[in-house]
Ligand binder design. Structure first.
Ligand code: ZN
Length: 326
């Protein structure tokens, strides 16, 4: 802190920063095209998804999860993921990630030269059996196989683990923090590039978030670098703030807060991109996001998704006057 350029601007920003212990910059990864659309039964046409990616890029977002390499019969909504990766790669500096459930999907991600593949791993044994049809330790074995396949292919695609149900599970209930820690250590040992903790069903609270990240950071270090929070019970942004207090500065979010969870009917979706971006802007933390463009994109996507449940609050009230010039 305290670096000053010739006109003293950085110094003033630092001095007026509401919380000097927090970071000055944070990344919001847009996951609406995957986490959001996979829980909506209607199929958004590829042309609209391409407009969404372009719009998010134009609004300043540089990390977008564009889809998933799961068999199209399981998630026809995401069947065009390859095409989206190809397009995303034409946008300079855009890091396009894809969700990959197994080695077959990983090979597609490697062939498509995706920037990153997100491999899900459930901390809850019951959720793992329901979702992946295998216990967590077998999924860790698969992750090890995928790391080896990636390395053998000489691929630059990064491997990221999304540790889901890390804060509790609708099927199993409590998930023990020591089990989360054990799995984080196992995937780090397997050679993955980074790990995020995910509150898939909205069971986390800020105290829990702080404790769990604090528990895992000593074994994962900088590789533990993402928080994925759902706003199921209204604690999404509070949980982001809690993770920021222990140094996490990268978060998943969905435009208009779309998404949900098949195991939690009626549950609202992810933290909304625009609300999170507003919170960070208000706190003096840079995200690179242009609000006018982001809100125009939200309106466009809301038009495409008429009849679906959309969330977030910023679109109703707009930015406060104090932030409008930012
Ligand atoms: Zn999610």
């Amino acid at each position: 802190m305290g670096d000053t350029d010739s006109n003293g601007i950085n110094k003033i920003q630092t001095m007026t920063h509401p919380n000097p212990t927090l970071c000055e910059q944070a990344t919001i990864r847009e996951v609406g095209l995957r986490d959001g659309l996979q829980s909506i039964s209607r199929i958004l046409p590829t042309a609209q998804k391409l407009q969404w990616i372009q719009g998010a890029y134009d609004a300043g977002q540089r990390e977008i999860e564009v889809g998933s390499f799961v068999p199209p019969r399981l998630l026809p909504q995401l069947a065009d993921t390859e095409e989206l990766v190809v397009f995303a790669k034409t946008l300079p500096g855009l890091k396009a990630s894809v969700l990959v459930p197994n080695l077959r999907g990983a090979k597609r991600a490697i062939a498509a030269q995706a920037y990153s593949m997100l491999l899900p791993l459930s901390a809850s044994h019951a959720h793992s059996l329901a979702n992946m049809r295998r216990p967590p330790d077998e999924v860790v074995d698969d992750i090890q196989t995928i790391v080896k396949a990636r390395d053998a292919a000489g691929s630059a695609t990064r491997i990221e683990i999304g540790l889901s149900t890390a804060f509790g599970c609708t099927l199993q209930g409590k998930v023990e923090p020591v089990e989360v820690l054990r799995l984080v250590k196992a995937v780090i040992d397997a050679g993955v590039d980074c790990v995020g903790l995910a509150d898939t069903v909205g069971y986390a609270d800020p105290a829990m978030v702080k404790r769990l990240f604090e528990l895992c950071l000593p074994v994962a270090g900088d590789k533990l670098n993402c928080g994925h929070f759902h706003d199921t019970r209204g604690l999404g942004l509070a949980n982001v703030y809690a993770a920021m207090q222990v140094g996490i500065r990268r978060f998943d979010a969905c435009l208009a807060g779309i998404g949900g969870c098949p195991h939690a009917p009626g549950a609202s979706g992810n933290v909304s991109t625009e609300d999170l971006a507003h919170m960070l802007l208000s706190m003096g933390i840079a995200t690179g996001i242009d609000f006018g463009k982001l809100m125009a994109l939200r309106a466009q996507v809301a038009g495409w998704l008429q009849g679906e449940n959309l969330y977030g609050t910023l679109w109703r009230a707009g930015l406060p006057k104090t932030l409008q010039a930012a």
